[in-house]
Design a binder for this molecule. Structure first.
Ligand code: ADP
Length: 570
């Protein structure tokens, strides 16, 4: 039965019981009033009639006078119409007969007295009969009242018990399943989908349980299938990572190792099982290579693997999710092949530049000889052509020189001649070297180098080369009749800073980080076609080798400031 019908039946039953109880009460009250009214009316009237007859009989001792006869006659007739009890008819009939006899007697006082006595006896009999009846009916009325009280009390008690059990059980009947349902829903919110409701009833709660159980079954099924597909995807990603030729190591946000592929395991020489789940800095304590892997500054690594030296480039990529760091991936790319090609290229450049130097020098020598008047007069056109050849061969010599320097740096054959020297020496050499070019462009050089500055520890040739390069660039990229400032100053600590400031075209900020890269030239700049893009790269190598720092600050259209630092001589 549905809850709705159960409620209807329950309340209906209580309603019926209440109606039955009130009906019975009304019925018994009615009966009691009927019984009482019968007692009062019929029996009481008989007693009144009998008493009136008795009074009339005893009024005189002799024969009945007219008044007596009338009183007796009236009351006797009323009594004859008010027979209610068994035996009352007989007694009333006898009373009639005795009264008729007494009425007819004129002169027989003895018989009259006797008849009067018999009449009194009959009157008494009728009175007693009615009084007894009164008592009996009273008893019946009492019994009816008693029965009514008992019955109403019984029905009332039953009604009370039913209502009481209804009040006790009904809230629980509704609330208990709701409570259980709430508990199960809380479990589901904790992703615990294996929840079942066991309501056996055939009502709405039964239907609810069935629907709930179906839902949890489906959720559980979905969760399991989801899990299976997630596991499958995980397996697929692991397989992809493992089949990569690069070494891959994954760390979580607390630097614990969460995955590592076969290549990475072989490189660090630790099996996967000994790496997964471990705190990476702990592994770094035991393994030098792993320590290098975690260092952010080292990008190229030489690793001895497969019985030979191999070169790897290392890339540490932070993994972000919603702007929050959730881990890191370290990728080790085998660049041995590129390294070998690079070395071959460097050697080739070194050889070619070296081989080119001699013929270019001899061209220059021949040019010098041609200028000699003893060899023969040359006309202005020929002189112009010779000057062009001289210009080009000077540039060629510079380019081959730069290429050689770069090859030296790349092959690690850079030999530095360290010594103590005053910054003024470096400045003087450099200024002398660029003076002619500056004058040609009417660029004034403003030098600020105090004599009181301490000596620096430097390779004089290389450092002068760097300063010449910076000054040449400054002049090259400055407008005519502008000023280039060369300043040397002592920084906080032991560093001495050399800086060259121009008021030329400046450099776009997006190119600043690439300006020291090999062969890089700012696109669209004045010198894009003339230079090699090697000068600043070599300058950086020279300064790095002397443990100094080189950098640039520039504003497009405003000019640039190139600077480098050297250590104070100890
Ligand atoms: P290059 O031989 O081409 O001058 P560099 O390495 O000396 O090579 O310079 C690299 C690039 O940096 C140049 O091509 C030029 O675009 C830019 N550059 C260098 N110095 C300056 C400067 N003072 N002002 C503006 N641009 C400059």
């Amino acid at each position: 039965m549905t809850i709705k019908n159960k409620l209807r039946a329950g309340f209906g039953f209580l309603f019926l019981l209440a109606i039955a109880c009130s009906g019975l009460s009304i019925y018994f009250l009615n009966r009691l009033s009927v019984d009482s009214s019968v007692i009062l009316k019929d029996n009481f009237e008989t007693i009144v009639y009998v008493r009136n007859i008795g009074i009339a009989i005893d009024e005189t001792a002799g024969p009945l006078n007219k008044h007596q006869v009338k009183a007796i006659e009236t009351n006797l007739v009323k009594q004859e119409h008010n027979i209610t009890e068994i035996g009352e008819q007989q007694l009333t009939d006898s009373l009639r007969s005795k009264y008729e006899q007494l009425k007819l007697l004129e002169n027989d006082p003895a018989r009259q007295t006797e008849l009067r006595k018999e009449i009194r006896g009959l009157l008494f009999g009728i009175m007693k009969l009615n009084m007894d009846a009164e008592d009996r009916k009273n008893a019946i009325a009492k019994a009816t009242a008693g029965n009514a009280t008992l019955l109403v009390a019984l029905i009332g008690s039953f009604l009370f018990l039913v209502a009481f059990s209804f009040i006790i059980n009904f809230p629980g009947y509704i609330a208990n399943p709701i409570k259980e349902l709430t508990e199960r829903i809380k479990e589901i919110s904790k992703r615990n989908y294996r929840q079942q409701l066991d309501f056996k009833s055939n009502d709405e709660f039964g239907e609810l349980a069935q629907a709930f159980n179906n839902m949890t079954f489906k959720l559980d099924e979905y969760e399991n299938s989801n899990l299976a597909s997630i596991l499958f995807e995980k397996k697929r990603i692991e397989t992809i990572i493992n089949s990569m030729h690069d070494g891959v190591i994954g760390l979580d946000e607390r630097s614990s190792i969460i995955f590592v592929n076969q290549v990475a395991c072989e490189l660090v020489g630790i099996p996967e099982v000994s790496l997964i789940g471990r705190y990476a800095p702990d592994v770094a304590l035991e393994n030098d290579l792993f320590r290098n892997l975690l260092q952010a500054d080292q990008h190229k690594m030489k690793i001895y693997a497969d019985g030979r030296e191999s070169y790897y480039s290392k890339e540490i990529t932070p993994v972000m999710s919603k702007e929050k760091l959730i881990g890191k991936v370290i990728i080790l790319k085998n660049i041995t092949e590129f390294q070998q090609l690079d070395e071959a290229k460097t050697n080739f450049i070194a050889t070619i530049s070296h081989e080119l130097k001699t013929p270019i020098s001899s061209i220059k020598m021949s040019l010098k000889l041609l200028e000699d008047k003893r060899i023969g007069e040359i006309n202005p056109e020929q002189r112009q052509l010779l000057e062009n050849i001289d210009d080009d061969s000077r540039r060629l010599l510079q380019i081959t020189g730069e290429l050689l320097d770069m090859a030296q740096v790349e092959t690690g054959k850079l030999n530095l001649n360290f010594g103590s020297t005053h910054p003024k020496n470096i400045v003087d050499y450099a200024v002398k070297a660029v003076k002619f070019t500056a004058e040609q462009k009417a660029v004034s050089l403003k030098v600020d180098c105090d004599d009181s500055l301490p000596e620096v520890r430097a390779d004089l040739d290389k450092t002068t080369w760097v300063l010449i390069n910076l000054l040449s660039n400054a002049i090259k990229y400055s407008p005519e009749r502008s000023q280039v400032e060369l300043q040397v100053k002592k920084l906080k600590g032991d560093d001495i800073e050399f800086s060259v400031t121009d008021h030329g075209q400046g450099i776009e900020s997006r190119y600043l980080s690439r300006i020291f890269e090999r062969y890089f030239k700012v696109p669209g700049s004045k010198g894009e076609h003339s230079g090699t893009g090697l000068g600043l790269a070599i300058a950086k190598d020279f300064i790095d080798a002397q443990a100094g720092k080189i950098g640039v600050e520039s504003e497009l259209g405003e000019g640039s400031r190139f600077y480098f630092t050297l250590k104070k001589a100890s």
